[in-house]
Ligand binder design. Sequence first.
Ligand SMILES: Cc1ncc(COP(=O)(O)O)c(C=O)c1O
Length: 389
Amino acid sequence: MSGENKKRIPLFDLVLEQAAKEEVHACLDSGWLTSGPRVEMLEKRVAEFLGMEHAAAVSSCTTGLQIVLSILGAGRGKEVITSPYTFAGTIEAIMHAGARPVLADINPSTLNVDPDDIERKITDKTAAVVPVDIAGYPCDYGRIGALCETAGIPLISDSAHAIAATYQSQSVPHHTDTSIYSFYSTKNLTCGEGGMVVSKHKELIETIKLLRRHALSVSTKERSDSGRAGYDIHHLGFKANLSDLHAAVGLGQLTVLEKNQCERSRLADRYREILSDLDQFCELPGQRGEYGHGWHLFIIKLHLPRLRIDRDQLLKEMLDYGIECGVHFQPLYEFSFFRDTLALTEEQFPQTSAVSKRVLSLPFYPGLSDSDLEYVCDTLRNVLTKNSN
Ligand SMILES: Cc1ncc(COP(=O)(O)O)c(C=O)c1O
């Protein structure tokens, strides 16, 4: 295929709604760009969307998780259990809070952390369990919740991917102590950058609202509105507030979140329908029972013994046809810093090790046209068949 005519289908694509552009303009016109009324409005609307009461906007999911762990005392001398199959942000937050990350192996079928391995890894030093809802698929909150409750350990989910996920028909924070979402550019709901901490515990949310702005006892907005200059600082704070400018993007995008989720779900069904005859080559994602998929990513798992090429070669061949695929995720033990600092080896995580070589994310976003999706499927079929054993 000639370079000029080559189709180009990205892994993610963002469509910024007119409502987001208008909200950003209104924010610029208001002259108030840092945290203020739009952040408050976003907190209220996201909490409503999730059916929860308490939410604190933060500058990112990573920082939100770090602050929550710090408040819970998950610092030096403590351990936090999470998954090796996640983005670096999860483990960075744990390490910055000062705790030692303890990684539990995953269930290869869901790609989420395995409750049995969490149970084996709980010790008297465990200060929190941080499961990750990979691709938007909720973790087994029934089992993990019961384990945490018995051991008296807070359950804090990294729900960066999972704004629309449900477990037993309710959003994830109904089943955790606290959940943290990401509003990074590629996420189902975006502010460009940002995150939201959502919790049953009102006091925790109030503490985050204080700590995120250097723990200043009176916020900039309150000082501006009241004309009072003074404040005190009672705690060591963070710089982790979300700006109104970012919140404006989120408020606009939130108006189409439900519509976008319907479209993601339809695209997932379409992929599953068209690719259903390729079951000798790959396993497709789906949802079952009480797990409501939040459809952030569409991750297939290759049956490598049926192929003459590995996943990375397949990824490259797809790219030759203009289709950008992805790998979610490279396990944490593959990165030299985490491997060396935490003495991690692949052998410690047999399930993660086996399945992570098989995963391939296909292009997946609400603006993906049916004809482009069909092109991705046809190309995948051709590449797999051509390279079959
Ligand atoms: C599983 C997971 N956790 C945390 C993060 C970090 O999110 P943020 O960029 O908002 O800090 C990401 C980002 O992609 C992620 O995929």
